[in-house]
Design a protein. Structure first.
Length: 605
């Protein structure tokens, strides 16, 4: 009896292994012609970014896993996605992003030799030798898009490989995977009518941005600006100098006091704004080629104290490259009273040198301030009156609305507020832009950004600035400020609901230093100086396409630093070109360096 008890766990374990391995090939490849099931050493997951029944662009995204126990050379791997063309036209394939580097992905659109069930074409994804290998348990990710030359629609609903319920990457047997030409995953569609041999269709594939393949490659960095210590910068919290003198409209039982903004240095998430210019609203259509074209450049400025020259000097030094500034100098309270320190010199220089000057108004990230302001028509009207007075009095050409931390329940109120601002100021010739938090979907569960209805806001703004930074932020875990994959996904979503002609991509010019003592923010050269001070080697992460380093301070506290620089913004500028966006917005002037501007001028000027 005791021996049976002793053997029971082992018998259970053996049974578990039998069940595990007997079910491991549920999705294993099965060739419809031979009926043979090949040995599974890879699996393919699919995510359809767009699940619309019909669309002018297909967005199949793949992850191929090595689920064997030996390393696979990616150059031996092919993936196929089967679909119907729904009207024969020349087609284009683009790799939007890959953790193996877009430059290392090949894509062919092939007309099938036999018409199959719900498929007459397939996309075949391949990898160059520079993509490297896939070790056991790891995956390669490829984000793709396909479109026709005339932008006519595909009917996705009847495509063999299409997953209409796609919400994340899922094991998908209708996308096939091959190793050295042998089917290793998935089920090929059943052939119906034999025709001629397969035809590879010529496609127009723009040259992707080269990516480094190592995830920890020492980065060659420019000589840092000589400063004795790293330069800390802080989120703008304007110095309280009331600008308006209009009578505020108080709450029913509360007397209004001019708000006293918090004194500057504490590090909080970076505030960021938007651009302006009038473009009629049009239906967005993907623009594939990453050809260089001249884009508009917005620089956000700050003015923390009387005589602050940081942003002003940057504007003067780069005036030929800057189309617009937005002075992040003013905040509103819940009753629409606007206060701040007026950057007279910045406004005068901009207006005298053909640079459009706009005023950014924020709310110190307060959801309560936003709620009080947005839910009262009296307070909203007071805000608009005070804003108009500041613009007229100080020769501003427009405004950027940067109300952040809005509660989800105030989503419709915020859209109403923007419509009221636009209908009042636009007829007077002012340019109106809105800064919005980055998001990749419109989900009520994402309370930080759900209040920002991209599609509706686009009706009441000349431009919308996507705040594509602070992917990792003070108080959170260490990581890239703006990884290329995340930025691409934000842009991909935004262009489905906002006309691309109205979109500015936000670019960061700073970094964060995370430690157990908190998080500090530094300018680009501040990050370089920090690395020099502690003898740290700056590394390059090829997946996020961002630089980072680690160090230990004199108190033996470990630090991790991620930042943006001239190298990390280049693939983002390529996105601006490939999606044909209107321009970029830099947070902020005075934090960037000469190399940063060289990249901008090379890519989009």
């Amino acid at each position: 009896m005791s021996s049976k008890k002793f053997l029971a766990p082992y018998l259970s374990l053996a049974l578990a292994f039998i069940l595990l391995f007997s079910s491991s090939n549920v999705f294993a490849a099965k060739n419809k012609t031979t009926g043979k099931t090949p040995t599974t050493s890879i699996k393919v997951q699919l995510y359809n970014y767009s699940t619309a029944s019909s669309a002018n662009t297909l967005y199949p995204e793949f992850r191929v896993y090595n689920n064997g126990n030996t390393t696979i050379n990616l150059s031996s791997v092919k993936l196929r996605y089967y679909y119907t063309i729904d009207g024969e036209k020349p087609q284009t394939y683009l790799c939007d992003w890959s953790n193996k580097g877009s430059a290392n992905i090949t894509g062919s659109l092939i007309k099938m030799s036999s018409v199959s069930t719900n498929a007459d074409y397939y996309l075949e994804i391949g990898f160059t030798s520079n993509a490297g290998s896939l070790s056991a348990g790891t995956y390669a990710e490829v984000q793709s898009r396909i479109y026709k030359s005339d932008w006519s629609y595909y009917t996705q609903a009847n495509d063999y490989s299409f997953n209409s319920s796609s919400s994340t990457y899922t094991d998908w047997s209708k996308t096939t995977g091959y190793i050295n030409g042998t089917l290793a995953w998935g089920v090929e569609p059943v052939a119906l009518t034999p025709t001629s041999s397969p035809t590879t269709i010529a496609i127009d594939t723009p040259t992707p941005t080269p990516t480094l393949t190592s995830t920890a490659t020492p980065l060659i960095t420019p000589t840092p600006t000589p400063t004795s210590t790293a330069t800390l910068f802080v989120t703008p919290t304007p110095i309280a100098t009331p600008i308006v003198t209009l009578t505020p409209t108080p709450a029913p039982t509360t007397s209004i006091v001019t708000p006293t903004p918090t004194p500057a240095p504490t590090v909080t998430p970076i505030v960021t704004p938007t651009p302006a210019s009038t473009t009629p609203i049009v239906t967005p259509t993907p623009t594939p080629t990453a050809t260089k074209s001249v884009k508009r450049i917005l620089g956000f400025t700050t003015y923390y104290y009387s005589g602050d020259k940081s942003s002003y000097n940057s504007m003067v030094n780069n005036k030929a490259s800057i189309d617009e500034i937005s002075t992040a100098t003013h905040i509103t309270d819940g009753y629409g009273n606007i206060t701040g320190l007026l950057p007279t010199e910045q406004i005068s220089y901009a207006n005298a040198n053909g640079i459009t000057s706009t005023l950014l108004v924020g709310n110190n990230f307060s959801g309560d301030v936003a709620k009080t302001l947005l839910e009262s028509s009296t307070n909203r009207n007071n805000f608009i009156s005070n804003l108009l007075n500041i613009l007229k009095t100080n020769s501003y050409k427009g405004a950027n609305i940067d109300i952040e931390g809005i509660y989800s329940s105030d989503r419709n109120y915020y859209t109403t507020f923007l419509s009221e601002i636009y209908s009042t100021l636009k007829p007077l010739g002012y340019k109106i832009s809105v800064s919005v938090p980055a998001k990749t979907t419109d989900n009520p569960n994402y309370t930080w950004n759900y209040a920002y209805d991209y599609a509706s806001i686009a009706n009441y703004a000349d431009f919308i600035l996507l705040m594509t930074y602070d992917e990792h932020y003070p108080g959170g875990s260490a990581g890239p400020v703006a990884s290329i994959g995340w930025v691409n996904n934000v842009v991909k979503y935004a262009t489905t609901v906002i006309p691309k002609e109205k979109i500015y991509l936000g670019l960061a010019a700073y970094g964060y230093d995370w430690s157990s003592n908190g998080t500090k923010a530094y300018s680009i050269n501040g990050c370089y100086n920090l690395a020099v001070t502690y003898g740290a080697t700056i590394l390059w992460d090829s997946t996020s396409q961002c630089p980072y380093f680690t160090y230990t301070d004199a108190n033996r506290v470990a630090h991790t630093v991620w930042f943006e620089n001239s190298m990390s913004i280049e693939p983002k500028l390529d996105l601006v070109n490939s999606y044909n966006l209107a321009g970029v917005g830099i947070w902020r002037l005075g934090l960037e360096n000469a190399d940063y501007w060289n990249s901008i001028n090379t890519k989009i000027r």
